[in-house]
Design a protein around this ligand. Structure first.
Ligand code: MTE
Length: 316
């Protein structure tokens, strides 16, 4: 049986919530059949594309918020991915050629279990949850996106970091032929990001492999990316090929580029302005006017304790 990727409507085109949910249940059901082996998944694309398989969403994650979801076309058409372009509306087209199969994620550094994971193995290793998260970019716009993925904590436990590991460093694919932006000096390539190990172990930190019922589109960081909802978007690194456990704080591409503007922590904080603009309010894509930005992007109760006693003006 063939299951097509897009059997019709996008969530954004559906106004009736009930219809959206029943479509979602239908898809989850189909995917569960694939997972159970009752229905074979099929490969409809060209070599290098992700298989056109629906994701088996095991549950709606407990951190899901109930704010209105940003239209699919905005979340997938207005993206930051400097490996392709610095123009947010150009990335969708330019990233079409990214080959996401085969794809290997290498686990290195201070771990008991260094290993190279094939993407298919990873996608099927953990039950996938859907979590609707607030999404706030440092450029003061925001969205609400239903991400699909698995908690980073579960993956880290599998890697068994040693007692010396204090930080986790993540690296994006480096392939200037596929990623024309890497032929420019827009950033120091490859894109690198990092988290303190306890931040990475926080249950809100997600490894996303999909969004809006589907595999991640290339422009949103296929085949796997981070989603750290209490931090500015630039911490959520896309198209990851390496996870390295280290003793020292990693130097991320953005902190190398402009250390006075982009700190290691990058927690959403309305009280600490970016040197070139205020961070006190945001433009929610699809809404009129602006709304007040919430401390830790509204996740203060869950994630605020990670920074207790820290001077957040100094550690921005
Ligand atoms: N990851 C890589 N590899 N390259 C990038 O340019 N941009 C970051 C982050 N991850 C970026 C990246 C920035 S600045 C933001 S705001 C988010 O991705 C955007 O994610 P989205 O386009 O899926 O909304």
């Amino acid at each position: 049986m063939l299951l097509k990727t897009t059997p019709g409507i996008k969530p954004s085109e559906v106004t009736d919530k009930k219809l959206y949910i029943s479509r979602r249940q239908f898809i989850s059901g189909s995917a569960a059949l694939i997972a159970s082996g009752l229905v074979g998944s099929s490969f409809l694309g060209k070599p290098g594309d992700a298989p056109q398989e629906k994701l088996a969403i095991a549950k709606r994650g407990e951190y899901t918020i109930s704010e209105s979801i940003t239209p699919y076309e905005e979340a997938t058409g207005y993206t930051n991915f400097y490996e392709f372009s610095t123009g947010k509306r150009s990335v969708k087209e330019l990233s079409k050629s990214l080959r996401t199969r085969p794809w290997t994620l290498s686990v290195e550094g201070l771990v008991e279990k260094p290993k190279k994971y094939d993407i298919e193995e990873l996608i099927h290793m953990f039950p996938l949850e859907e979590r609707v998260y607030r999404w706030r970019c440092v450029e003061a716009w925001s969205m609400v996106i239903p991400w699909i993925g698995f908690p980073l904590a579960g993956f880290i436990k599998k890697c068994e970091p040693t007692s010396k590991a204090e930080y986790v460093e993540f690296t994006t694919l480096y392939d200037p032929e596929q990623m024309p932006g890497q032929q420019t000096k827009a950033l120091d390539w490859p894109y690198i990001e990092g988290l303190r190990l306890d931040e990475a172990m926080h249950p809100l930190a997600l490894v996303a492999v999909g969004m809006y019922d589907e595999m991640l589109p290339n422009q949103n960081g296929a085949p796997l990316r981070l989603v750290i909802p209490w931090k500015y978007g630039f911490k959520s690194i896309k198209s990851i090929v390496r996870v390295r456990f280290v003793e020292k704080m990693p130097r991320s591409s953005w902190t190398k580029k402009r250390p006075e503007e982009y700190g290691f922590y990058a927690n959403v904080n309305p009280n600490v302005d970016h040197p070139r603009w205020s961070q006190a309010s945001e433009r929610r894509i699809g809404e009129e006017g602006r709304r007040k930005t919430l401390m830790f992007n509204g996740y203060a109760d869950q994630a605020g304790h990670l920074y207790s006693g820290m001077n957040l003006k100094k550690f921005y």
